[in-house]
Design a protein around this ligand. Structure first.
Ligand code: DI6
Ligand code: FE
Length: 426
């Protein structure tokens, strides 16, 4: 399943650093091509190709030939592990049903819950692996994966264990998020408070103790959980020292973002109906706004998130696939960058920061991912494009990129290593 990889250690010369996504150690004169030095899987030096320190001369040398270099992409909001698929709901929506109507009729999230509960851990892994591979092939180096289709301890555990196993098997950074409060499981119908008690008192503490939880999320919405229930989950997370994030203001303005900000949330996600008070609270807390144009597109939403206000307030904006079987069966982060520009009117630099720097911040990984800078693990992508805007401009196209992930050449689509015949460790 997996392609063999080789060490990326070496001097990668003649690159164009994507504007705003790199921090050189030595300033780059305008128009000069850059080099990055990788040693021991880490970025050791970033600067002009003509100024690479002599100490690195013995490393393998790779000629990037003027390729554009970006940090490895970060997909900061996915529901990648689940059983089944929901093409039938796609057809129902085409026939006029709304997402809320489908959910209320017993479809929606609950149908994925049934398919996930009946699948074994191995089966879930086998289903998720090609989805992950598709994202990785486009340059993703780190991904968040949520639970939330198990809604019972053993099944949430199964999802989170698969997420961890995906990270180890594929050599990719995986951050797990416990989303036990995603939907009310059928066996708790009419007993929302009992289910939230179970989430807070049993499921979350057990899964956290097993090391399966990096963050905690809630679907705060009128078809899901109330503000008070959300806060109860946040308090449980806080007691365990776990950061929170929130599916907020997707369908209505519940005030969830302001609540999440009060708990120092890493991010508030969707936020089509976010108010100015919510924006101000997020700004004050340093919470990232995660934009999910795939769900907006699938649901044919018409309420665009308040981009101009977020921009004016200086709230960092990330962009993610929200990969899930109901509202965003999407496996291209570059397509989401395109849609963030076309549908939400992000600028190209905003969209590219949204799938790198700000996405890393939404995972609390801003010090190690999302920028090309020395002292960080080597995660970068070399693209055969003339200008950075092409990454958001093309759609439905997978550029033949060369991908360095966790210090390994995961993919040499541009043939840079092959062309050099450079020495590589095994
Ligand atoms: N918001 C979403 O976009 C997904 N979950 C959520 O809370 C949709 C999940 C699904 O329909 O299966
Ligand atoms: Fe989601």
């Amino acid at each position: 399943m997996m392609s063999p990889t080789s060490s990326a250690d070496g001097v990668w010369r003649n690159l164009r650093l994507a504007p705003g996504l790199a921090v050189p150690d030595v300033a780059l004169p305008a128009g000069e091509l850059a080099a990055v030095v990788v040693q021991g899987g880490m970025l050791r030096w970033v600067g002009p190709t003509g100024a690479v320190p002599a100490a690195h001369a013995a490393l393998p040398q790779h000629d990037g030939g003027g390729a554009l270099a970006t940090p490895g992409l970060v997909d900061c909001h996915t529901h990648l592990v689940y059983g089944g698929q929901r093409a039938n709901e796609f057809a129902m929506r085409l026939a006029g049903a709304s997402y809320e109507e489908i959910a209320q009729a017993g479809g929606g999230i609950v149908s994925s819950v049934n398919a996930t509960r009946t699948a074994s851990e191995d089966a879930l892994f086998a289903l998720a692996a090609p989805r992950l591979q598709a994202l990785l092939d486009e340059g993703v180096c780190a991904i968040e994966i949520k639970s939330g289709y198990g809604l019972a301890l053993e099944h949430e555990r199964k999802q989170l264990r698969v997420a961890r196993r995906l990270g180890k098997t594929f050599g990719v950074t995986v951050r797990t998020t416990f989303l036990g409060a995603h939907a009310l499981p059928p066996e708790y119908a009419g007993r929302s408070q009992d289910y939230i008690n179970l989430v807070c008192q049993e499921m979350l503490p057990a899964l956290a103790a097993e090391g399966l939880v990096d963050a905690v999320d809630v679907f705060c919405e009128r078809i899901a959980f109330t503000l008070a229930e959300t806060e109860q989950v946040f308090r449980a997370a806080q007691q365990l020292g776990l950061p929170v994030k929130l599916h907020a203001e997707q369908i209505s303005d519940m005030g969830g973002s302001a609540l999440a900000a009060r708990y120092g949330a890493l991010s508030c996600d969707h936020i089509e109906h976010l108010s100015q008070a919510g924006i101000d609270a997020m700004q004050a807390a340093g919470t990232v706004a995660v934009l999910l144009p795939g769900a907006y597109y699938t649901l044919r939403d018409t309420q665009v998130p308040p981009i101009a206000q977020l921009r004016a307030a200086g709230v960092p904006m990330a962009v993610s696939t929200d990969h899930n079987p109901g509202t965003s069966p999407c496996l291209s982060l570059l397509l989401m960058a395109n849609m963030a520009c076309t549908l939400f009117r992000l600028t190209v630099p905003e969209a590219l920061a949204g799938i790198t720097t700000h996405a890393a911040r939404a995972l609390g990984l801003q010090d190690s991912l999302g920028l090309i800078a020395s002292g960080r693990p080597a995660n970068f992508v070399l693209w055969p494009v003339a200008e950075a805007a092409e990454l958001a401009y093309w759609f439905g196209h997978k550029p033949a990129a060369t991908i360095v992930r966790q210090g390994r050449v995961a993919n040499d689509g541009m043939g840079i290593c092959a062309a050099q015949g450079a020495r590589h460790g095994a």
